[in-house]
Design a protein around this ligand. Structure first.
Ligand code: FAD
Length: 298
């Protein structure tokens, strides 16, 4: 117990007051720290939930949306790879495998033109999507892509299409692609090969004029060497180079018979190419006994 004389002693009082405030301020610091930790934890949990939340995607099937071209890579004299940024680095395009997008641009007469394209990226590629586009000399949308510079915006609508892939729905796909018709096949092939639970087999016949016209050849050859059992590719050229081991001319019935599984309910043959090629392929397939439900044209 302090004595009365102590209480009148200034130094003693000063020490008591100082100790009192010291305790208060230590408690405040502890309280403050706890509050800070709580707020930080809530922020971390919020960010984690936000990142985990499945993104709805960036497309609208009824309205064209704009995407900025961030990288353009010339692949050959008439083909380029275009990378478009999605609104956020965590965004996904939201395009189910098997479907495509519609791109809107302006032709050389400044008239509006809309054409279908299939990104070579999947929704596992976050923050961007990529198109590989072959630009034809007289092509209307080709003109738009030829003129596009990094920083420009492309108008895109989607998803569009009738082919929606469900893993395991068939035992094998036969794919018939011509020129830029490879892109829907490429998208589907990537989705199958990147899913370890999907054992679907893929046999691709890919037709072009010259060896330089073959799009995504490095990637396709890579798939064939990494997944030799699941994926096989057979190239066919109109104008082959010397020492060519692939097919020559147009895709024939014999080539289809040699490289594809025979007609069966769990087999599907997909085709995408110029109109003339698609018609010729439909006739070959029907003559070889593939029923209409075993065929699909993109
Ligand atoms: C589902 C689907 C997905 C597609 N995805 C892609 C893709 O990812 N990348 C891509 O580059 N293309 C793709 N295409 C093709 C694309 O839609 C256009 O048809 C192509 O870009 C040509 O359009 P254009 O307006 O420039 O030519 P157009 O003005 O329609 O045609 C003008 C001329 O160009 C030539 N031409 C056009 N198309 C072809 C062709 N296929 N083969 C040979 N000559 C042709 C012809 O000489 C034709 O007369 C896809 C098509 C479909 C159906």
């Amino acid at each position: 117990m302090p004595k009365l004389s102590d209480l009148t002693n200034y130094t003693f009082l000063e020490a008591q007051i100082s100790e009192f405030f010291n305790i208060i301020s230590q408690e405040e610091v502890v309280k403050g720290n706890l509050l800070g930790i709580l707020v930080a934890a809530l922020i971390v949990i919020g960010v984690w939930f936000y990142a985990k939340k499945p993104s709805k995607g960036c497309l609208d099937p009824k309205k064209f949306k704009e995407f900025r071209l961030v990288k353009r890579t010339q692949l050959s004299h008439n083909t380029a790879r275009f990378r478009f940024a999605l609104p956020k680095p965590t965004s996904v395009l939201g395009l189910p495998v098997g479907l495509h997008i519609r791109c809107r641009g302006r032709d050389s007469q400044d008239e509006e033109v809309v054409r279908p394209y299939t990104p070579i990226t999947l929704d596992s590629d976050v923050g961007y999507f990529e198109l590989v586009v072959k630009m034809y000399l007289k092509g209307r949308m080709s003109h738009h892509f030829r003129e596009m510079q990094e920083g420009d915006y492309l108008h895109v609508l989607g998803p569009v299409g009738r082919f929606r892939y469900k893993p395991g729905e068939v035992q094998a796909f036969g794919m018939l692609a011509g020129g830029s018709g490879i892109t829907p096949m490429f998208q589907l092939t990537r989705a199958i090969l990147e899913n370890p639970k999907d054992n679907t087999k893929i046999r691709l016949i890919y037709a072009n004029v010259t060896v330089d016209d073959i799009l995504l050849k490095e990637e396709l050859d890579g798939f064939a060497s990494v997944h030799p059992d699941s994926f096989k590719v057979y190239y066919v050229l109109n104008q082959p180079p010397e020492k060519w081991i692939g097919g020559v001319g147009f895709i024939s019935k014999d080539m289809i018979k040699t490289h594809y599984p025979g007609p069966a309910p769990d087999i599907k043959i997909l085709r995408c190419g110029p109109t003339g090629m698609n018609k010729a392929m439909a006739a070959h397939l029907t003559e070889l006994g593939y029923a209409p439900e075993m065929q699909f044209e993109f």
